[in-house]
Design a binder for this molecule. Structure first.
Ligand code: PLP
Length: 381
């Protein structure tokens, strides 16, 4: 078979500076400061927690594989325990998924069955977009966080459809800014056929009471139909969950194809996730430190020539072109800072950037050193 299409695509990506490569292994102890991971609480580098977990025989001996999808798995207790635990925290039933990608593709595609339209924020994650594509439903997007525009769309579309699925993130993965959840739940009161879907992938562990996310802190919590959280970021595990109504949970068990047709996460992972969330609930000091680091980084970025975002645990430094983002990232790496470039199509064209993500394991000095390096590198570029 002729591979010219693939080779031409690779060449064109290379030409535009958008060719992606899997980075080389970077040993955790190479002395560089990691500002590229989603380990916001620094739990992933706390090896003593792994020792504590493995010291329990029941944890150590729990299976490393489920050997079946959740609907066919023999051993259910560990999943059930995690779901019950999450259900108590959020005061509504929980359902596990194998990843945030599985959760969003499986839920959005199945919830949009019937006469639905999906209305999504322009910057929602690719997994939500892929769910929309899989749903084959009508859809439209509104400019990022522009809820006046959203309201105009709802006024027009809501009477025409049985259901309007409004999909947003609580904290945006590439910009670190937040959605006004209270405003969204207010809107929903005027348009009762809205199904409000909030992806808290970058909110859980970090935002809200006990790090349970922004939704639970909102006055309209009861009006949010589906909240998604992932375990692979602040919780330093892998997998995802939703909390929702009993009927939507049961519907998803029967209709979400990514739930039905994929091998469940290993039971040991479910146990580890529960253990890590338990640790995170009491980590208010870490959350306060993370917020302080975010405020300082924001001050530093605000006076640099590129465009920046809001104070948050994720902050963009927008260089505007793929080449300049890659070059700056390479220069920073030479100076001992691992900050990855994010390019189109992950972000809209012309907004290529460095994505700086913070962790409670960093120190104030780390942020000052990064600021000094960025100031030097951007003034001589
Ligand atoms: N939702 C958002 C907002 C994300 O940023 C991510 C990131 O990867 C996902 C979902 C997917 O989660 P996972 O990595 O668990 O598949």
């Amino acid at each position: 078979m002729n591979h010219s299409y693939y080779n031409e695509t690779i060449e064109s990506l290379r030409h535009s500076g958008n060719l992606r490569r899997i980075p080389a292994d970077m040993p955790a102890d190479d002395g560089s400061i990691d500002l590229s991971s989603n380990d916001y609480l620094g739990l992933g580098v706390r090896t003593e927690l792994q020792e504590q977990f493995m010291a329990e025989r029941d944890n150590r001996m729990s299976p490393m594989t489920s050997s079946a999808s959740r609907l066919l798995a023999t051993r259910q207790n560990d999943y059930g325990d995690l779901e019950t635990f999450l259900g108590r925290l959020y005061d509504r039933p929980a359902l596990l998924f194998n990843s945030g990608y599985h959760a969003n593709t499986g839920m959005i595609s199945s919830l949009a069955a019937g006469k639905s339209i999906i209305v999504a924020d322009k910057l929602v994650h690719a997994s939500i977009i892929d769910g929309i594509v899989l749903s084959k439903s009508e859809f439209t997007r509104f400019p990022h966080n522009d809820f006046d525009r959203l309201e105009r769309i709802l006024a027009k579309e809501s009477p025409l459809h049985e259901r309007v699925i409004v999909a947003v993130e609580s904290v945006y993965s590439m910009d670190g800014d937040r959605a006004d959840i209270n405003r969204l739940t207010e809107l929903k009161r005027h348009y009762p056929n809205v199904l409000l879907y909030v992806d808290e992938a970058h909110g859980v562990g970090v935002e809200g009471p006990h790090g349970l996310g922004l939704s639970i802190a909102s006055s309209g919590y009861g009006d949010i139909d589906v909240i998604v959280g992932t375990f692979g970021k602040a919780y330093a595990s892998s997998g995802a969950f939703c909390v929702t109504s009993p009927s939507i949970r049961e519907y998803l068990v029967n209709r979400a194809r990514s739930f039905i047709f994929s091998t469940a996460i290993p039971p040991i992972t479910a146990r580890w996730t529960k253990f890590m969330i338990e640790q995170s609930l009491g980590m208010d000091a870490e959350r306060t430190r993370l917020a302080a680091l975010g405020n300082r980084l924001h001050e530093i970025l605000s006076v640099l020539p590129g465009k920046n975002g809001v104070a948050s645990h994720i902050q963009p430094y927008i260089t505007g072109s793929a080449e300049s983002a890659v070059t700056l990232s390479e220069k920073l790496l030479k100076e001992g800072f691992k900050v990855l470039p994010i390019r189109t199509p992950t972000v809209p064209p012309g907004t290529d950037r460095l994505r700086i993500s913070l962790s409670a394991a960093l120190t104030a000095d780390d942020i000052e050193s990064l600021g000094n390096a960025l100031t030097r590198l951007t003034s001589c570029s």
